[in-house]
Design a binder for this molecule. Structure first.
Ligand code: FES
Length: 391
């Protein structure tokens, strides 16, 4: 059982949280703070929930649970993506129990109220004269797609700055043609820790110099200003400079934007995006840096495009390469349980065993996620022990 902080303590800690520093321990372990996170963060902001490739056909759906909210994200008959509260308009039953699937209509198992994939109530038995089905459509949740990625927002009025964010990120993402990709595989990892250290680890890039699998792909100079690079890393720095110059020339010749755009602290929809070279062969996240999939995502003349990395607060990060893309969705399940859903996307016509091998494709980030999960658990376990002593 997780500790429950009194409401006054929650309000006090929130009001006194120092800017630019780590939050205090209760933010990472207490039930009350988890509830607050859902309402203040996850119910108000745009969230990444799926790649469009997870919903290739009309009626394909995924469900997403966030605290007391459950949302159906479904491909409609016009091939758009819609989202609805997963709550029947009859007596409020949960409608779809599975995490994903495909339906003709959305049918509540309790009394068989039947909704179209556009949310309209199509059938309800034994209703009183004058019953107006049009008044009982499923309640909508805001949904939109950007370059093959699906986002939802539970707020009645979503943060307005997402339009600007979408306009800025789309030129970085669109060349990878993600709307025409397919899911090679997806791995759900439940971390035994709070969602905040999961996101912090990614943003702060602790693992850039940690997991050996990832370290081989990144130049080992991450975080160093030129004047601070230690002598032992000068050769790596010079290798990076050469690769960076080559990469910029390639990006410019192909019209691929690469400059970093960072808007993490000053806006409702915090994000960071850039394109940069990878070490070794510079093509992909594989042990030797060569492409994991011989069929590239788009008609690129080279696989050596490095990585286009994109971090989106509060719950996602992404890597787009020439040969595949990886999406990471972070879904809080409880104060000390967090789902990290990682999806590997390849060209729709790529063939497993011929164009790609799943082990090679997933090796680097599967290992990195597993190592991160250990760090998150270690961190939260220590915080819990600290709080128990204190209380
Ligand atoms: Fe869904 Fe009755 S609660 S049909």
């Amino acid at each position: 059982m997780n500790p429950v902080a009194p409401a006054a303590e929650v309000a006090d800690l929130v009001s006194r949280r120092p800017a630019g520093q780590s939050l205090q321990a209760p933010f990472y372990v207490d039930e009350e703070f988890f509830t607050l996170d859902i309402e203040a963060v996850f119910a108000r902001h745009w969230l990444f929930v799926a790649a469009e490739a997870e919903l290739p056909e009309p009626g394909d759906y995924v469900t997403v649970t966030l605290g007391s909210y459950s949302v159906i994200v479904v491909r409609d008959d016009d091939e758009g993506v819609r989202a609805f509260h997963n709550v029947c308009r009859h007596r409020g039953a949960r409608i779809l129990d599975e995490g994903r699937g495909s339906v003709g209509n959305i049918v509540c198992g309790y009394h068989r109220w039947t909704y179209g994939v556009d949310g309209r109530l199509l059938h309800a038995e034994s209703q009183a004269p004058g019953f107006a089905p049009s008044c009982f459509s499923l309640r909508s949740v805001h949904a939109r797609t950007v370059a093959g990625l699906v986002f939802i927002c539970l707020a009645e009025e979503p943060p307005a700055d997402f339009d600007e964010v979408a306009a800025r990120i789309e030129p970085y993402l669109a060349p990878h043609n993600l709307a025409k990709a397919k899911v090679a595989t997806q791995i759900d990892l439940v971390e035994h820790g709070n969602w905040k250290p999961t996101m912090e680890n990614n943003r702060e890039c602790y693992h850039c110099t940690g997991p050996p699998e990832l370290q081989t792909c990144y130049f080992p100079i991450y975080g160093y200003a030129e004047q601070d690079v230690p002598p032992a890393l000068r050769p790596a720095y010079e290798r990076f400079q050469r690769a960076d110059a080559d990469a910029r020339a390639t990006y410019e010749s192909l019209g691929l934007p690469y400059a970093a755009i960072e808007g993490l602290d000053t806006r409702a929809t915090g994000f960071r995006i850039q394109r940069e070279p990878l070490d070794l062969a510079g093509e992909s996240f594989t042990p030797d840096g060569t492409a994991a999939c011989t069929r590239l995502l788009a008609d690129f003349p080279t696989a050596r495009l490095g990585r286009r990395s994109f971090h989106l607060q509060p719950n996602a990060w992404f890597h787009f390469l020439a040969d595949h893309a990886i999406t990471f969705a972070v879904i809080p399940l409880g104060p000390d349980r967090t789902l990290v859903r990682t999806t590997w996307l390849v060209h729709a016509d790529a063939v497993e065993g011929l164009d790609y091998d799943l082990d090679t494709l997933t090796k680097v980030w599967k290992a990195t996620n597993e190592q991160d999960a250990v760090f998150v658990n270690r961190y939260v376990t220590r915080l819990k022990a600290h709080l128990e002593q204190k209380r």
